[in-house]
Write a protein that binds this ligand. Structure first.
Ligand SMILES: Cc1cc2nc3c(=O)[nH]c(=O)nc-3n(C[C@H](O)[C@H](O)[C@H](O)COP(=O)(O)O)c2cc1C
Length: 302
């Protein structure tokens, strides 16, 4: 049965290049209530769904599964939403926050913040095919003053929830996330608003809930290399970084060829080893490893 976003839940944000099937599974085991794929091209799904399918594996352990699409053409969005590969996902989320030039130059990602009519048309196109459509937005391109109206437009277009990253496009990932602006959107909308930006531990998780009264909290960078951020917030037994890395790799191996896993896991390893004693030496071993067995052996040493 299709699930909706849980109230009071802690969500793993979509992170391009990182929220692969293994990482999502491990974060779910550690207590993440909702997990998002990285952003997936709606056009890519329409033209070459076999290649895009690689980003769409899921495991039963994921509690509420969200697939995030990017695109700005309603026809492609509608067609992508109808792709059978998306059926296993509970929610289709539309990316209105990606700041990178390669995306915004096509009018996608955070460029949609500059054109609420187009953004609303994208949501309506998705809604014509799927019921559970959500939006992940930033506060604006460079000016935050239109954030509340933009969010209201997405609600009117049929979005069932909005996740708000409290930065503008121009801020990229630096500067402080503006939780006041998120609180204003929470107060203005009738649909659930998920607060996102700068949650790195239990204290900041509690603080963002207090500050914004949001329906849920979304964590991005704070989870990289540390899926136990969810265990700590939920008060459950931590998995430990080495065990998390080992399970992460094993789940990846169940879905992808070992050479791909070996290449893709390296950027995660840099995160898993951050702040760990002897991490530099282990990182060198991992980066020079040519087969996954050596990396698995390394996981046992963390
Ligand atoms: C490397 C990287 C990749 C990201 N990829 C996506 C993405 O695919 N889709 C998306 O909506 N947001 C993406 N984000 C933004 C995060 O989902 C999140 O909104 C942002 O990092 C702020 O939350 P945080 O302070 O908890 O990290 C990405 C962020 C980073 C750092």
């Amino acid at each position: 049965m299709t699930q909706f976003l849980p109230k009071g839940g802690v969500y793993l944000a979509p992170i391009a290049g990182y929220t692969d099937v293994g990482f999502r599974a491990v974060c779910s085991m550690c207590g993440a209530d909702v997990t998002y794929t990285e952003m997936v091209s709606a056009k890519g799904l329409c033209y070459d769904s076999a290649r895009t399918a690689d980003l769409l594996y899921t495991t039963d352990g994921e509690k509420v599964k969200c697939v995030q699409l990017f695109g700005c053409e309603p026809d492609f969005i509608a067609k992508a939403c109808g792709n059978p590969l998306l059926e296993k996902f509970d929610i289709v989320d539309i990316n209105m926050g990606c700041p990178v030039p390669k995306i915004v130059k096509n009018g996608e990602g955070s460029a949609l913040l500059l054109d609420a009519d187009k953004a609303a048309a994208v949501v309506r196109a998705a809604k014509a095919v799927r019921d559970n459509v959500t939006v992940k937005m930033r506060l604006g391109w460079s000016d935050k003053s239109g954030a509340k109206d933009f969010a209201l437009r997405m609600q009117d277009a049929g979005a069932r929830a909005v996740a708000v990253h409290g930065r503008t496009r121009d801020m990229y990932y630096s500067g402080k996330a503006d939780w006041d602006a998120i609180a204003e959107i929470v107060a203005a909308l009738d649909i659930p608003v998920i607060a996102n930006g700068d949650v790195t531990d239990i204290d900041s998780c509690n603080a963002i809930i207090r500050h914004t009264s949001a329906y849920g909290v979304m964590i991005g960078r704070g989870a990289l290399g540390d899926p136990d951020i969810f265990s700590r917030i939920k008060g459950i037994e931590p998995m430990g970084r080495g065990e998390a890395l080992r399970r992460h790799i094993e789940i990846m191996l169940a879905h992808h060829p070992a050479v791909k896993v070996c290449a893709d896991i390296k950027k995660h390893i840099a995160c898993y080893l951050k702040g760990i004693r002897g991490g530099k030496e282990l990182k060198n071993i991992a980066f020079n490893a040519s087969d996954i067995t050596a990396i698995l052996e390394l996981a046992s040493r963390i």
